[in-house]
Design a protein around this ligand. Structure first.
Ligand code: ACO
Length: 334
């Protein structure tokens, strides 16, 4: 392929565990109410992986990519790189990407995980676009997969975070294309480790920030200052949209779809209000799945593509924020 290289998304898919975690189920586990959860977050239900029976992030990731390859109409052996965004790998090693490559029969390809929490998928497709445009790779599989519910305390003690999260995976297949207008137009990757104290999962006493009191019950469970994360998310979402539009030299009206990390419907509403984004340009599916961490954006993308809502030539802005703290954008032309 001579000259400039474009990047096309040739297949997308999602895979969700069967297990459901409804607001009514949470009412049985902790002091909360369906009304409170819906009003504060927009969430009705979520999916929960059966970790005890081996339904780990690599299982969800493998199934999502298997379906995406079918839709892309290519064999797993045609992938020449596999990247998985996750913060909940089955164990410290092997990576989820290595397990997926093995399960799908990809022979001798590069495979690795990238951890940027809920911003992980967004970081990873931006990296994959650059790898293809460099000419080094032709077909890259990118997955966002997390089983965050394994790190949730389903008691009154953990109720602030427990209501938000669900498990799931989404996958896309990216391929080099002769049309250089296709692919990423602009992107931003941001991180601020000073905010890590607002959202972390401690493995041992040393992982607690100075301002947090050590408590054995908190080990291995999501610790979140909901209000601090909420304020960060509202501010950074708006900032990153503005800076990405400026870099691309376009206005918000020229973006056809905003594919956003689903963390709280009120955070999405604030971005819609600020930029006058009509409802049909910003799909909200949080009511069905909650916050699926790195799975969230590719799940929204797959829904839009399955419904025929994204058309060739349209501009799509991916947006996310998450633990780290991390946030960013990736503006694509389809
Ligand atoms: N059910 C009922 N009441 C609750 C619950 C619950 N599950 N959780 C907290 N409350 C109570 C609090 O105790 C508090 O009571 P008080 O006023 O008597 O003290 C009251 O509700 C209000 O609590 P707030 O924390 O102020 O509630 P808020 O309106 O901020 O909503 C929420 C909390 C939903 C967590 C919100 O802060 C939020 O969504 N924050 C963003 C979190 C987020 O997006 N995290 C994911 C980041 S992505 C990643 O990378 C993992």
């Amino acid at each position: 392929m001579g000259g400039q290289i474009g990047v096309e998304i040739i297949g997308t898919a999602m895979h969700l565990p069967e297990g459901k975690l409804t607001n009514q189920k949470l009412e049985e586990l902790m002091t909360t109410s369906d009304e409170w959860i819906v009003k504060r977050t927009g969430i009705n239900t979520r999916r929960q992986a059966d970790i005890a029976n081996g339904e780990t992030a690599s299982v969800l990731a493998t199934e999502a990519m298997r379906k995406a390859l079918v839709k892309a109409n290519i064999d797993a052996k045609e992938l020449d790189l596999l990247l998985v965004a996750t913060m909940t790998c089955d164990s410290p090693t092997p990576s989820v990407a290595c397990v997926v490559a093995r399960e799908l029969g990809c022979n001798d390809i590069g495979a690795m995980d990238i951890n940027a929490a809920c911003s992980g998928f967004l970081y990873t497709i931006s990296i994959a676009d650059a790898m293809i445009k460099s000419g080094s790779y032709k077909t890259i599989g990118v997955i966002g997969a997390d089983t965050i519910t394994r790190h949730i305390d389903y008691s009154d003690y953990g109720r602030g975070a427990a209501i938000l999260f669900g498990d799931g995976a989404g996958a896309v297949v990216l391929q080099a294309n002769e049309d250089p207008s296709k692919g990423m137009i602009a992107h931003k990757m941001h991180a601020d480790g000073n905010g890590a104290k607002h959202l972390f999962i401690p493995s041992c006493q040393l992982d607690f920030p100075p301002e947090a009191e050590f408590d054995e019950r908190k080990l291995d469970k999501v610790q979140m200052n909901g209000q601090a994360v909420f304020k960060f998310a509202v501010t950074k979402f708006q900032e990153v949209i503005a800076e990405t539009l400026e870099d691309a030299g376009i206005s918000a009206d020229e973006v056809d779809h905003f594919v956003c990390h689903q963390a709280n419907s009120r955070i999405l509403d604030s971005a819609r209000d600020r930029f006058g984004i009509p409802e049909e340009k910003l799909l909200v599916n949080i009511h069905k799945y909650g916050n699926t961490v790195a799975g969230s954006i590719p799940i929204v993308l797959d829904e839009l593509i399955e419904d025929g809502k994204i058309k060739p030539g349209q501009k799509v802005m991916f947006l996310a924020f998450g633990a780290g703290l991390t946030w960013g954008s990736s503006l694509w032309q389809f």
